[in-house]
Design a protein around this ligand. Structure first.
Ligand code: NAI
Length: 326
């Protein structure tokens, strides 16, 4: 039997946590023969910690054969201890009237501390995936604190945007969504993201030819994907949680599956015209479990370049708000 892997999850008692932990424990993230130990981290307050105890009781009550242990803690140095995967879901939400710069700084404090602790106590093969918003910049902040773990270990999630874009293209073309391939997300997980339709294929043909509606691709398609989060809040009265948890399952599952081609936000190193120091969504191919190479072969036309420039500018601005903290 395989040794269990240790999976730390912050914000474990939140909405996404509630939709995520059961999928991890059932084997959806690491496979049906990979035991896991869940190391659940919550904010040090009575309410979230009580809720966490309830979630842990429900995990017990599922009798998942792969679940070999549950740690509940508000101490990050306990929660991240020897973790092979650190899933950073918890973040401070934007309060009423709060400025974007204040949100960035408040989250900056959280991710500076978590980055330091992960670097100090997590396993040598630790990988970090950031979901808590602003995800790209939070990821950049956590990575900036690491000396042992290299920047490539830190990724942020744009997979929900990729999945949304895939479904929109399939619905427009009237085909099964498995026919849609190579739709990737560039840039920030925010409405400025760019889902590059120019390289997508539908049934093996160029998606733009199959859909044959440039105005739709450059307008409503980008807008629908970019503003999908807000549309869900408007409809549901709460932000997307199950689909976000599902996207994190996909993000990690693809990262542990050699040959998988998918979008993640990584340190750009200047690829695709991004500032070298920002974390930007781009296409990658998983090489060995947890490792990947950026796919650099896609040519960008002027429309794509202008979209990438806009999302890059937002990432550079976000970085400048927190630069003095790093
Ligand atoms: P939520 O508010 O339901 O849960 C967040 C949890 O994090 C709370 O239980 C809170 O107590 C906890 N928390 C706060 N600070 C913490 C800390 N320092 N350490 C440990 N736990 C802490 O929020 P929800 O809906 O689960 O969303 C979580 C985050 O994911 C939000 O920032 C949200 O904006 C983001 N998100 C990102 C998406 C993406 O595609 N990248 C998609 C959807 C949501």
């Amino acid at each position: 039997a395989k040794a269990p892997i240790k999976v730390a999850v912050t914000g474990a008692a939140g909405q996404i946590g509630y939709a995520l932990l059961f999928r991890i424990a059932s084997g959806a993230m690491f496979g049906p023969d990979q035991p896991v130990i869940l190391q659940l981290i919550e904010a040090p307050f009575e309410k979230p910690l009580a809720a966490l105890a309830g979630v842990a009781m429900e995990l017990d009550d599922c009798a998942f054969p792969l679940l070999k242990g549950i740690v509940q803690t508000s101490d990050a140095s306990v929660g991240f201890k020897d973790a092979n995967w650190c899933l950073l879901v918890g973040a401070k939400p934007r309060g009423p009237g709060m400025e974007r710069a204040d949100l960035l700084k408040d989250n900056g404090k959280i991710f500076i501390e978590q980055g330091k602790i992960i670097d100090a106590v997590a396993a040598d093969d630790a990988r970090v995936a950031v979901v808590g918003n602003p995800a790209n910049t939070n990821c950049m902040i956590a990575a900036s604190q690491a000396k042992r773990l290299t920047p490539d270990r830190f990724t942020a999630m744009v997979r929900l945007d990729q999945n949304r874009a895939q479904t929109q293209l399939a619905q427009k073309a009237g085909v099964d969504l498995t026919e849609v391939k190579d739709i990737f997300i560039y840039g920030n997980h925010s409405p400025t993201m760019f889902p590059s339709f120019a390289h997508a294929t539908i049934g093996g043909k160029a998606a733009a030819d199959v859909i044959n509606d440039k105005a739709w691709l450059e307008g409503p398609f980008l807008e629908t994907v970019g503003k999908r989060g807000a549309a869900i809040i408007a409809a549901r009265g709460a932000s997307s949680a199950a689909s976000a948890a599902n996207a994190l399952v996909d993000h990690v599952r693809s990262l542990v599956t050699p040959g998988a081609i998918h979008s993640i936000a990584v340190k750009s190193n200047g690829l695709y015209g991004f500032d070298p120091e920002v974390w930007a969504g781009m296409p990658v191919r998983t090489t060995t479990p947890g490792a990947y190479e950026v796919i650099t072969s896609y040519e960008m036309d002027d429309f794509a370049k202008s979209k990438i420039a806009a999302t890059n500018k937002e990432l550079v601005d976000e970085r400048s708000f927190v630069a003095s903290m790093l």
